[in-house]
Design a protein around this ligand. Structure first.
Ligand SMILES: Cc1cc2nc3c(=O)[nH]c(=O)nc-3n(C[C@H](O)[C@H](O)[C@H](O)COP(=O)(O)OP(=O)(O)OC[C@H]3O[C@@H](n4cnc5c(N)ncnc54)[C@H](O)[C@@H]3O)c2cc1C
Length: 447
C-alpha cells in the first residue's frame, strides 16, 4: 500500500495497474496543485505524483532572498496576502504545502514513463504503475538548470554555480563575481552582490524588460486587464516566443534595466563568448542589448496606450521611466579573471524542463506539443492557475468537468450516440502557472 501525503487525511490506495483512475497529475508544484484542486472541486478521482516534496522547485532552486516578482493580488491561489506584497520563496513553499493538504499527493514518486494504452494511459512511477484516463503534465518548464559548455573551461580556482544553487553572497569566495546572464536571476543576484559590497561584472544578452508602471497603473494590472496572460502560444504569429527568456521584472514595483544595474555599480558588458582558462571574451552587444530591452518596454507601453485609446479610457499621461536614465558604461571586451579580481562565477543562464519521460509522440522539440484544440480550463480557477500550455490531444475526448451526454442508464454517450465509458477523460493536458510576460510581437494582439 502507498499512502497519499495529506495533512488532513490519509488516503490509502495501492499501485494496481488494473484500476483505471480518472486522472493522474504529474508534479506537485503550483500547476499540479491547481489542477488537483480543480479536479477535487469537480469530484474527479485522481492522484498527484511528485518526485520530491510538494513545491520541490521552490524549496530547492531559489536563493534565500528571492521574492516573487508578481504581487499578492496576482496570486490568489497562494491564499490571503496583502495586495502589494511579494512573497519570499520559503513562504511560497509553505503556502503550497498548505494547499496540498487538500490534495491526494504522493511525494517521492518520480514518474519515469508515460505510455498510451487503448483505454487511456499507463503511468510508470518509481513505486509502480498506474492506469489513467487522463494525465496532467505539471512537471514545470523551468526546473532543469542550463549551464553553457563554456563553464568547463574556467580554471579550477574559480568557484562557480548555477543560479539554482546560489543561495547568498557569503557562499561565493573572494570579492569579484562574474554574473553570466541579465534576465530575472542575473539582475537580482547581481543587485544582491553589489549590496553586499562585492565587485560585479555582468555578461548580458538580449532580454526584454517590463516597465513597472505606465499611465498611472502598474503595468501588470494593465496586462491582466488586457488579457495578455490568457494568450495561447498557438494564437501568436511566432509561438516560439513563449520559449524566449522572461522579460526583466523585479519585485517591489520598480523598473529595472541594464542602465540601472550599471548605475548601481555593476560593470555591464556584452555577451560572454569565449573562456580560455583565466581569459574571457565578451562581445560588443551591450548597446544592442540595452536597445532591445528598451524597445520591448516601449512595445508594452504602446500596447497599453492603444488599449486606452481603443476603449476611450481616462488615464494620466505617461510618466518618465527613470530606468532609461543614461549610465556611464565602459564595457570590457576581454577580462583576465585573476588580474581583474574575479574569484566566482554565477551562471544565470536559464532553465528548461525535463520531458524525456513522455512518449516522444507527445513532444515537439523535446517539450510537450501544444494545440489550441484543447478547451480552456474553467474561468472560475484563480488567475494564476490558468493553463498556458496544452499538449496536442490525439484522441477524441472531453475535459473532466464538462457536460458529458449520458444515456438512460447514466452511461456516457460518445459523439456518434453510442456508449463510451472512457471518452470523458482520455486526454493529456500540460499546465503551467507562470503568468508570463513573453515577448510581445507585432501583430500578436499585444504589441
Ligand atoms: C528563479 C525563478 C524565479 C521565478 N519567479 C517567479 C515569480 O516570481 N512569479 C512567478 O509566477 N513565476 C516565477 N517563476 C516561474 C516558476 O517556476 C513558475 O511560476 C512556477 O513554479 C511553475 O510552476 P509549475 O508547477 O509549472 O512548475 P514547478 O514549480 O517546477 O513544479 C513542477 C513539479 O513537478 C515535479 N516533477 C518534475 N518532474 C517530475 C516527474 N518526472 N515525476 C514527478 N514529479 C516531477 C517537480 O519536482 C516539481 O515539484 C520563477 C522561476 C525561476 C526559475
Amino acid at each position: 500500500m502507498v499512502e497519499h501525503r495529506s495533512l488532513t487525511r490519509t488516503v490509502r490506495r495501492p499501485y494496481v495497474a488494473s484500476v483505471l483512475l480518472d486522472c493522474v497529475v504529474v508534479g506537485a508544484g503550483p500547476a499540479g496543485l491547481a489542477a488537483s484542486l480543480a479536479l477535487t472541486q469537480r469530484g474527479v478521482d485522481h492522484v498527484v505524483l511528485e518526485r520530491g516534496r510538494v513545491g520541490h522547485t521552490w524549496r530547492t532552486q531559489r536563493w534565500d532572498s528571492l521574492r516573487l516578482n508578481n504581487p499578492g493580488w496576482m496570486n490568489p491561489m497562494l491564499g490571503p496576502q496583502p495586495r502589494d506584497t511579494y512573497l519570499c520563496a520559503s513562504e511560497v513553499a509553505r503556502r503550497l504545502d498548505r494547499l496540498a493538504a487538500g490534495c491526494p499527493v504522493r511525494e517521492s514518486e518520480a514518474v519515469t514513463r508515460l505510455h498510451r494504452r487503448q483505454d487511456g494511459w499507463l503511468v510508470r512511477a518509481v513505486g509502480g504503475e498506474l492506469r489513467a484516463r487522463t494525465v496532467v503534465i505539471a512537471t514545470g518548464g523551468e526546473n532543469v538548470p542550463h549551464t553553457p559548455d563554456l563553464a568547463s573551461r574556467l580554471p579550477e580556482r574559480i568557484a562557480q554555480c548555477h543560479a539554482a544553487n546560489y543561495r547568498a553572497p557569503a557562499q561565493l569566495p573572494g570579492n569579484g563575481v562574474l554574473v553570466v546572464g541579465s534576465a530575472q536571476s542575473g539582475y537580482q543576484i547581481a543587485e544582491e552582490l553589489l549590496a553586499a559590497g562585492r565587485r560585479v561584472v555582468v555578461a548580458t544578452s538580449a532580454v526584454g524588460r517590463a516597465p513597472a508602471q505606465h499611465r498611472g497603473r502598474p503595468t501588470l494590472e494593465w496586462l491582466v486587464d488586457l488579457g495578455f496572460f490568457d494568450q495561447r502560444p498557438e494564437g501568436l504569429p511566432d509561438p516560439s516566443v513563449v520559449r524566449a527568456p522572461q522579460p526583466l521584472l523585479v519585485p517591489g514595483g520598480r523598473s529595472a534595466s541594464l542602465q540601472s544595474l550599471a548605475r548601481a555599480g555593476a560593470v555591464v558588458a556584452g555577451r560572454l563568448t569565449t573562456v580560455d582558462n583565466e581569459r574571457i571574451g565578451l562581445d560588443a552587444s551591450i548597446a544592442a542589448n540595452i536597445e532591445f530591452a528598451d524597445a520591448f518596454a516601449d512595445r508594452i507601453r504602446k500596447t497599453i496606450d492603444d488599449a486606452i485609446v481603443a476603449n476611450g479610457l481616462d488615464a494620466p499621461p505617461s510618466a518618465l521611466d527613470d530606468a532609461v536614465a543614461p549610465a556611464d558604461l565602459h564595457p570590457p571586451q576581454a577580462l583576465d579573471l585573476r588580474a581583474d579580481g574575479i574569484d566566482s562565477v554565477v551562471w544565470c543562464t536559464g532553465y528548461t524542463g525535463n520531458f524525456s519521460w513522455l512518449d516522444p509522440a507527445l513532444t515537439d522539440a523535446a517539450v510537450p506539443a501544444t494545440s489550441s484544440a484543447f478547451p480552456r480550463m474553467p474561468q472560475q480557477l484563480p488567475a494564476q492557475s490558468r493553463p498556458t500550455w496544452v499538449v496536442k490531444v490525439r484522441t477524441r475526448r472531453t475535459l473532466p468537468g464538462r457536460h458529458v451526454p449520458r444515456d438512460r442508464r447514466g452511461r456516457a454517450r460518445n459523439e456518434r450516440g453510442g456508449n463510451d465509458r472512457h471518452a470523458r477523460y482520455r486526454s493529456v493536458v500540460n499546465v503551467t502557472t507562470r503568468p508570463s510576460i513573453r515577448t510581445p510581437e507585432p501583430g500578436s494582439g499585444v504589441a
